[in-house]
Ligand binder design. Structure first.
Ligand code: FAD
Length: 395
């Protein structure tokens, strides 16, 4: 069989990790995505998007050599989580309760992208600075009019995937009616490596620990809430926006980290739940192109990195006579991802339904349930394993 080629379309973290992992397994792989230059960040400047990286994603990134390429001073270990309900419920999960050092790591998107780009250059992976326009069998046509050839096209081109559209892979979409808002905050009190989360009845507020800055301790805010409320805030001037958000956060957090002060630009986007058929002859989807879950569990990228790891494993183990784009090979990848994706969808959807329900009995039950679980070491150990991303146990 002649040398086969894999084209990874999209260069977010899932796409670049996929290209790097395939290159390391000696596949001929190229990237098709707009080129972006990532300068090393300036002192005290942090990328707006941060991820809670689970233990299994960390192991995968370490196996790619990426973990050690990132600046260690910009990575923050999460040693504990505190979750608050809207009626006095409280649940505390500490890494030591399950004999671990960390539950997760908070990592900036920009830092991970920079390390991946550097590694791809070292491996000499060819990069086409262009965008996918259409596909005709093994031929891929770009927006600038080039035609490229590949036996397998990996769609890592995000939630609005062109690969998915041109390959006619089915796609289910549900808007939650919520939006996400992210920004970084300076806090009066230190976070001490604790990730904090509040369920307020119609919103979820998470404060993720970040490196300290010259101005003081820092956390990253991820607020998922009603779209109208977030749109109303975003329409204000920068100064009014910051003031309104700070005031609201003081009410929600009850001063858990003292006064908070907005220290970066705010970004807002709609939240959706999406499912797809994942594969077609000669095409496999990974990351947000393949699925999207609510960010309340902070697991979207972890799920995407799980896809990448499995796709590489399946391709590396396929019989030599089979093409990298053969449907039976790609169906194997899809089958192996079905359970983890469904489990994650169930966890995030159930949490969303449970914590956004306004009916009094449900509101009482969720708060009572949190306080009861807080007293049960066995269930807490399972929750800790779930948070660390080892395995999703049904509770
Ligand atoms: C508020 C919020 C908080 C989150 N927090 C977490 C968290 O803590 N932990 C976690 O694991 N996940 C989290 N997520 C989820 C996470 O952001 C996504 O799952 C992740 O960014 C998806 O990465 P990706 O590489 O699949 O796609 P993307 O990052 O969207 O990358 C897509 C790439 O494709 C390229 N592209 C697009 N179209 C084309 C085309 N036609 N041709 C070529 N290239 C193209 C784009 O330029 C881009 O480079 C969060 C999400 C939200 C909304």
């Amino acid at each position: 069989m002649t040398q086969q080629k894999i084209m990874v379309c999209g260069a977010g973290i899932a796409g670049m990790a996929c290209a790097l992992g395939l290159a390391k397994k000696a596949f001929t792989v190229e990237v098709l995505a707009p080129e972006m230059s990532r300068q090393p960040p300036r002192h005290d400047e942090y990328h707006p998007r941060v991820y809670a990286i689970s233990g299994s994603s960390q192991n995968f990134l370490a196996s790619l050599g990426i973990w050690d390429l990132m600046d260690a001073t910009r990575l923050t270990p999460v040693q504990a989580m505190e979750i608050y309900g809207d009626g006095g419920g409280r649940l505390a999960l500490d890494a030591w309760q399950d004999a671990r050092h960390t539950l997760a790591w908070i990592v900036e998107s920009g830092e991970m992208e920079r390390a991946l780009r550097q590694a791809l250059k070292v491996y000499g992976v060819r990069w086409h600075d262009d965008q996918l326009a259409s596909r005709d069998g093994e031929q891929v046509h770009t927006v600038s009019g080039k035609t490229l050839n590949a036996q397998l096209l990996v769609g890592a081109d995000g939630a609005k995937s062109t690969v998915r559209r041109v390959a006619e892979i089915w796609h289910d979409f549900k808007a939650y009616g919520d939006s996400g808002l992210v920004t970084h905050l300076t806090t009066e009190l230190p976070h001490q490596g604790v990730a904090l989360q509040w369920f307020t009845g119609d919103a979820v507020v998470a404060l993720l620990p970040m490196p300290d800055t010259d101005e003081g301790p820092q956390v990253s805010l991820v607020w998922s809430g009603p779209t109208e409320q977030i749109a109303e805030l975003m329409a204000l001037s920068d100064e009014d926006k910051a003031q309104r958000l700070q005031q609201w956060l003081m009410g929600v957090t009850q001063g858990r980290l003292g006064n908070v002060c907005v220290r970066s630009k705010m970004f807002a986007f709609p939240l959706t739940f999406e499912r797809t058929g994942m594969v077609a002859e000669g095409v496999a989807l990974v990351g947000d192109a393949a699925h999207r879950v609510h960010p309340l569990a902070g697991q979207g990228l972890n799920l995407g990195l799980g896809d990448v790891e499995e796709l590489i494993r399946v391709l590396a183990a396929k019989p030599v006579h089979q093409s990298v784009g053969a449907l039976p090979v790609l169906e194997r990848y899809k089958r192996r991802r079905a359970e983890p994706i469904a489990a994650m969808r169930t966890v995030t959807d159930s949490l969303h339904s449970l914590f956004m329900a306004q009916q009094a009995p449900v509101a009482w039950a969720r708060n009572a349930g949190m306080s009861i679980i807080n007293q049960l070491p066995f269930i807490k150990r399972r929750l800790i394993a779930n948070a660390a991303g080892d395995k999703f146990f049904p509770l």
